[in-house]
Design a protein around this ligand. Structure first.
Ligand code: AMP
Length: 418
């Protein structure tokens, strides 16, 4: 439905409007309509925003405009807005959007990305040159705070982007430490696809009475995405994928798998069969991850095989297809994944492969996401055999051993306590 209010009526300046025209934004999305005026009013907001809803512009536009206005009068070199994201890719993507939206501002607003995997010296230098906005992942941000090169006492805006994922990735302790060093007099903006108790706890501690924004008419799954569910035996998924790539002329697809090893193996297998593929996962260095992503965006590769963490927040306009080679663990992740396609009014296709092992789990995803999808089978690759018997009581005990992230966090905490 076409919005009755345009960007100009939301109070955006001519310079910002110019950048929106350049980006091809004609009308505000529902979430932008509701939140931008409230951000201008100085309210704290709790925004329930699905991926692909246009949430980046919600916070980037009013923050840029206000910082640019302040800048004409103050001239003080200090970080004024801090945007925290769960992953490096999302941080880079948000930074890119801020650059584009701020391109025509007369009083330039500078933005710096602070993420792990890249030179800390370059980031320190960037800070000493003065950055108005910092977009960061929590770990590296804390490193710089503990080295006393980053002062957050003048922060006027704090944005937690994908707050649920920041906490899912185990960054709660880092977040606490960041909050201890940050100015108290600031506006807080929380964006999250879901609001589990742990997110609400953080919100309660940070903000007294945030306005809750939810777009009622947005169903959990995005309307302009066509979802296919293909039943296939686990061992046949690879050949079926290659078959469909050829038969249905699939291109420009993000393929989700459940582990770093699977991401590597599947992309290698596709390459072996002459398919233009690459992978993105946590075992690659940051330059390798950036290259895989930019090659995919530039259409130098057709298939990017990714884990959830690496793919979070990746925004590629006109991404035609998302493939769940492995199903995600949670219904929320299913929505996040398929939200990579069909963005901002474009049509998209999401395909999930399910085998005997996945039938119950997929049923649960459908129930939680309130969808009911038809199953299909491809001739020659039908699901055969019977479901393996589930053995009781031999599953590993989840959460007993600390994972890599928890160990790293303990290290940071120890460093800060000492
Ligand atoms: P986001 O949810 O911020 O990741 O945005 C999802 C996609 O929608 C991005 O490709 C944005 O550039 C695009 N987008 C955001 N707002 C608008 C808008 N008002 N009109 C058209 N595209 C938009």
């Amino acid at each position: 439905m076409k919005s009755l209010i345009n960007f100009e009526e939301l109070g955006l300046s001519e310079q910002i409007l110019l950048s929106l025209t350049r980006s091809g934004f004609i009308d505000p999305t529902p979430i932008q309509l509701k939140s931008i005026p409230l951000i201008f009013d100085g309210s704290d907001l709790l925004i329930e925003a699905q991926t692909g809803s246009g949430k980046t512009a919600c916070f980037a536009l009013p923050i840029l405009q206000q910082l640019s206005e302040i800048k004409s009068s103050d001239g003080v070199k200090s970080v004024k807005a801090l945007i925290l994201t769960p992953t490096r890719e999302l941080a880079l993507q948000v930074t890119g959007a801020i650059y584009r939206f701020g391109e025509f501002l007369t009083n330039k607003v500078s933005v710096l990305t602070i993420i792990g995997g890249e030179s800390i010296a370059g980031q320190t230098l960037g800070l000493s040159n003065g950055a108005d906005i910092v977009v960061a992942t929590p770990g590296r941000l804390l490193d710089l705070i503990s080295q006393n090169v980053l002062n957050l006492e003048n922060i006027q805006f704090l944005v937690l982007d994908e707050a649920d994922k920041i906490l899912d990735l185990g960054f709660a302790a880092e977040l606490d430490l960041v909050l201890k060093t940050i100015s108290q007099k600031r506006q807080n903006l929380f964006f999250s696809a879901t609001y589990p108790e742990k997110v609400l706890d953080i919100v309660k501690r940070i903000s007294l009475n945030p306005i809750h924004i939810k777009i009622d008419d947005v169903t959990p799954t995005v309307e302009n995405i066509f979802q296919r569910v293909i039943q296939v035996n686990r061992d046949n998924r690879g050949v079926l994928l290659r078959h469909l790539i050829k038969e249905e002329k699939w291109k420009n697809a993000l393929v989700f798998v459940s582990s770093k090893v699977a991401a590597h193996n599947l992309s290698e297998k596709l390459k072996k069969y002459g398919i233009n593929a690459s992978s993105i996962h946590g075992d690659l260095s940051q330059p390798e991850r950036n290259k895989a992503l930019s090659d995919f965006k530039d259409r130098k590769i057709d298939f990017l095989v990714a884990t959830d963490v690496a793919a979070r927040g990746i925004d590629i306009s006109k991404l035609a297809l998302v493939i769940n080679f492995d199903l995600p663990r949670s219904p929320a992740d299913y929505i996040h994944r398929i939200g990579r396609t069909g963005r901002a009014g474009e049509l998209g296709l999401a395909v999930s492969f399910i085998g005997h092992e996945d039938l119950d789990h997929f049923h649960l995803i459908e129930k939680r996401a309130q969808i009911n999808l038809q199953r299909e089978e491809i001739i020659g690759y039908e699901l055969t055999g019977i479901a393996p018997v589930k053995l009781q009581g031999i599953a590993g005990i989840k959460g007993k051993r600390k994972n890599k992230k928890e160990k790293a966090r303990d290290l940071i905490l120890t460093k800060n306590i000492n």
